[in-house]
Each structure stands twice: as structure tokens, then as C-alpha cells.
Unconditional design. Structure first.
Length: 452
């Protein structure tokens, strides 16, 4: 009989203790934090699913590589290894290291955008949108219509609506569109993948109008795995080869290496344009660091160089996607509404369907996220009205699973907590904002529950 259990393709060599808290303790902590889970101390979290960014467990190979980190200010050999690793997968001529993905976004939009420009994307994530708008451009989301239907099952719900892209270019003019972006996988759209056919179609439209195509590559390895397992013609191809094909269709990319780079910090910006690279490196020197370290230590460059390749290993990706799907499929089988099908890095609860008695203006995503913390010490994040304001078309709660950190029993515990909250969902109340910042308000906003 064939063995069907998919196990973690690693064994644990070092552990970090986590401690439980009582519901009374959690109630005091969340009140002190203004009901914002970003403001709760990490030591008071039992299972931290706030983000998969920078929270991965690094491998022995990564730790070993860090020991040879060359901390030279200029001309570091660690940068040479970092660049070789990036170019081996992404293929771009210029590799510009940054301390994390949002720094790459800021440099990209500062150099390429001006007031009145429009930047289409399948769906901009929070920092991408903020950096684009800070540069004076409009961040325009063009997901396919089905992306806004959480219960709808499609293999590539992260795709861009190419008809709307063509229409947008015709309406505003190519001169006002400095670049088009594709986020793979589509984080704000429920962690849904983008097909190779869609990337190719977007590139073709961009090519007709001379518009560069950039990929937000944070979760490129997971997207490659979905192409391998869901798109015709790719079943026999290795994830690495699929990733190389993806990026061969682009003119550049931004990357947070804190995701599929399996590192705790770092990112990069890539381009094939020599003139743009010069401008970007000038800005890098001004705000990040010299082009051969870009705000990172040599040891960080080494960790990323190894991690990018480990993220493309088939056994790792098979386990990674199966673990996430286990969580999503288990709670969905009990009636819990989620973004279907389960994504690669996270499960997204459909807060509007979970709490239909709470209208969007009362932040159902916040209400659900707070309740998961109170019930079981689980930290998640709202992706909806609080994060995106009037741009929000859905209210989701993301349960982002750190890479190589939690075991099957941790995931089973998360299932139990979600189901307990589901059974008493009718008693949960909405929230109102009492304090907020003008940009990225969800990081620091304070809220309070509405009277029942």
C-alpha cells in the first residue's frame, strides 16, 4: 500500500519555547493594544500567523553560509554569491539588494513614477499601494472578476484581467503607465496563483505599448509549484525551470526575501534597464547603502543566496502547499467560509460570510481576528476595510503560515480554535476606529468594540 502521509521534509535541531496565556490575560492585553494585534507583544502569542514575512526557520545550510559572511563595505564576496543565486533563478542583469521588499518598492516607484501616473496590478499589497501612491501615482487593481468571489474555485484566481488592462491603457494612454505589475502569488487576493498563460498575455499587451512588466516576486516559488500542479504542460518541469520561465517574461521585479527567500530580513530590486539601474543605485546609496550590500549584512546576503534555492526544492514545496491545504480544507468541511481554493502561504477566512451580521464599516475582519486571539492566542491579520479602506472589496482574515516553523499538531490546534469561534459566531460584535495614521493605518490604528 502506498504511503499517503506527507511529512515535514526536515527534522528539528533547535527549539524556541512558546507559552500559553489565559483568556483573562489575553483580554487585558488586547484592550491595552487598542484591539490591534500588531500592538500585542510577541511573547503573549501562542501561534503567530500574523505574517509569513521574515518568520521562517532557517536551515543548517543557511546558518553555515552565514558564518562566511563578508562584511566588507564595498565589493563583498557575499554579494557576488547573492547576485549569482538571484541571477540563476531570476535572470535579470542588475540585482540591487535592499533591506526588505518595501525598500525595493520605494526605490522603484520613486524612480519610475510621477504624479498623475497609473500603475496597474492584479492586486497591490499594502506597502506596494502605499509606495506607489506616495510617489503620486494611482495604484490600480485589475483582478479577474472571479477573484472577488471567495467561494468560487478556480485554479488561477490570482490572474490579472487582461481585457481591463488593455482598456485601461487605451483610456489613460501608455505614457501615463510607467510600468505594469503582477503579484505572484496574489497576496491581497487570497494568496491565489497567477498562471504562466496570464503572465504571457500581460507581457504581450505591455509589449504592444512599450510598457515594462514587473513582477512582485515575494512568493515566486509557491506560484511556480501551482503552475506545475495546475497548468497544462508543466507537470514534468522542475519548479526552478518554471520560475526561470516566469521571469523571462518580465523586465524586472521586486522581491521580499523574507518570504520565499526563507530569510529573516532582506530583499532586492532587479531590472534589465541600464539607465534605470543607475538611477536606482544612486537612490540606494542615499537611503539604503552601497550597491554591494544595500542595507544588509554580508551574512544576510549569504542566507538569502541559499534560501532562494531551498525554496524551489520539490519536497519542500509539496509539504508546504499540503500543510496549508490541510488547514483550509479541514475548516471548510465544517462550513467555515474561506477563500477557495486554499493558497500557498496562508488560509484566508471570509470574514463577511463568517460574520454576516457585522457590516463592512464595522470591520468584520478585525472582529474575527480579535476573537481568534481571545479564544486561543492565535495572531492573524485583517485584510479588508481597515487595511485598504475604500479600496477593499472583501474583508478577509489571513492566517499566514511561517515556513518550516510549526508542526502538524500546531495546525490541528488552529483548526480547533477556528471551529470553536465558528460555533459561537453570532455573539461577536463589530468595531470602530478611535485613532489612525494617514498611511498604512492598520499597523498602528486603535479600535474599540461597539456596544452589543
Amino acid at each position: 500500500m502506498a504511503i499517503r502521509t506527507i511529512i515535514e521534509p526536515f527534522r528539528i535541531k533547535s527549539i524556541e519555547a512558546i507559552r500559553g496565556t489565559t483568556r483573562e490575560e489575553r483580554q487585558r492585553l488586547i484592550e491595552a493594544a487598542g484591539y490591534n494585534l500588531f500592538l500585542v507583544p510577541a511573547e503573549a502569542i501562542l501561534i503567530d500567523l500574523l505574517t509569513d514575512s521574515g518568520t521562517s526557520a532557517m536551515s543548517t545550510e543557511q546558518w553555515a553560509a552565514m558564518m562566511r559572511g563578508d562584511e566588507s563595505y564595498a565589493g563583498s564576496s557575499s554579494f557576488d554569491r547573492f547576485r549569482a543565486s538571484v541571477q540563476g533563478i531570476f535572470g535579470f542583469r542588475h540585482v540591487i539588494p535592499t533591506h526588505q521588499g518595501r525598500a525595493a518598492e520605494r526605490i522603484l516607484f520613486t524612480v519610475m513614477c510621477k504624479k498623475g501616473d497609473v500603475v496597474p496590478n492584479n492586486t497591490h499589497f499594502d506597502t506596494t499601494r502605499a509606495n506607489c501612491e506616495y510617489a503620486g501615482a494611482e495604484a490600480l487593481d485589475l483582478p479577474i472578476p472571479e477573484a472577488k468571489e471567495p467561494a468560487r474555485v478556480l485554479p488561477f484566481k490570482g490572474n490579472m484581467d487582461t481585457a481591463r488592462l488593455a482598456e485601461t491603457i487605451a483610456r489613460v494612454g501608455a505614457k501615463r503607465i510607467p510600468l505594469v505589475m503582477l503579484t505572484v502569488t496574489n497576496n491581497s487576493g487570497g494568496g491565489q496563483p497567477v498562471s504562466m498563460a496570464n503572465i504571457r498575455a500581460v507581457k504581450e499587451i505591455c509589449g504592444w505599448h512599450g510598457i515594462p512588466l514587473y513582477i512582485d516576486a515575494c512568493r515566486f516559488a509557491e506560484n511556480a509549484w501551482f503552475i506545475k500542479t495546475r497548468e497544462a504542460g508543466y507537470a514534468e518541469k522542475a519548479p526552478r525551470a518554471i520560475a526561470q520561465e516566469m521571469f523571462s517574461l518580465a523586465d524586472g521585479c521586486t522581491m521580499s526575501a523574507k518570504k520565499d527567500g526563507l530569510a529573516n530580513i532582506g530583499g532586492f530590486l532587479c531590472t534589465n534597464d541600464d539607465a534605470l539601474a543607475r538611477q536606482e543605485k544612486d537612490l540606494l546609496i542615499l537611503t539604503e547603502g552601497f550597491p554591494t550590500y544595500g542595507g544588509l549584512a554580508g551574512r544576510d546576503l549569504e542566507a538569502i543566496a541559499v534560501g532562494l534555492n531551498e525554496a524551489l526544492e520539490e519536497e519542500y514545496l509539496k509539504y508546504r502547499i499540503a500543510s496549508t491545504a490541510f488547514l483550509g480544507n479541514h475548516i471548510a468541511s465544517e462550513g467555515v467560509p474561506i477563500m477557495q481554493p486554499p493558497g500557498g502561504h496562508a488560509i484566508y477566512l471570509d470574514a463577511r460570510a463568517f460574520l454576516p451580521h457585522i457590516p463592512p464599516e464595522q470591520f468584520p475582519g478585525v472582529a474575527l481576528a480579535v476573537e481568534l486571539y481571545l479564544e486561543g492566542g492565535i495572531r492573524s491579520v485583517e485584510i479588508g476595510r481597515l487595511m485598504f479602506g475604500e479600496h477593499a472589496t472583501m474583508d478577509l482574515v489571513r492566517l499566514a503560515i511561517p515556513r518550516r516553523v510549526y508542526t502538524q499538531s500546531h495546525i490541528e490546534y488552529v483548526v480547533e480554535v477556528i471551529l470553536d469561534v465558528w460555533r459561537r459566531r453570532g455573539k461577536i460584535r463589530g468595531y470602530e476606529v478611535t485613532q489612525q495614521a494617514p498611511f498604512l493605518r492598520h499597523f498602528t490604528a486603535r479600535l474599540r468594540p461597539l456596544a452589543g
